[in-house]
Write a new protein. Structure first.
Length: 134
């Protein structure tokens, strides 16, 4: 049986069709698993996704540090911000930036303290946008 461009192709499930025109359909479930540049396929459903890693956002930790520094100055453990900058190995300008976070409104500070970084992604854009709106 020769195929002519004017004749329609035989259906895929036609037993008289030549082996080159038959289509085989397999149904199975595979999922991909990576291990150091190698890709393996396992049969069955994929494993349940792991919980995302959550930690306090960097800005939250910085705000808490600002409060600790201000408290240490009030208690007399540190003489002033310049002394704190020397002990922490920061510039006086950077230490002032950190301590100035404590001057934000209390509601804003509370919101910042509850921020989280999920899977290493910092919520920095949220801080900037909320400061513009106030």
């Amino acid at each position: 049986m020769t195929m002519d461009s004017t004749q329609p192709a035989p259906p895929a499930n036609d037993p008289e069709a030549s082996p080159s025109t038959r289509t085989l359909v397999f149904k199975t479930r595979f999922h991909r698993r990576r291990r150091r540049e190698k890709v393996a396929f396992e049969e069955g459903p994929p494993r349940a996704p792991r919980e995302p890693v959550r930690r306090p956002a960097r800005i939250s930790i910085t705000l808490a540090l600002g409060h600790k520094i201000e408290q240490a100055i009030l208690e007399g453990k540190l003489r002033d911000r310049a002394d704190a900058a020397r002990r922490f190995g920061l510039s006086r300008a950077r230490l002032s930036q950190i301590c100035d976070l404590t001057l934000l409104p209390v509601a804003e500070q509370e919101r910042i303290l509850w921020m989280e970084a999920v899977e290493g992604r910092e919520p920095a854009g949220q801080v900037r946008s909320s400061q513009r709106n106030s």
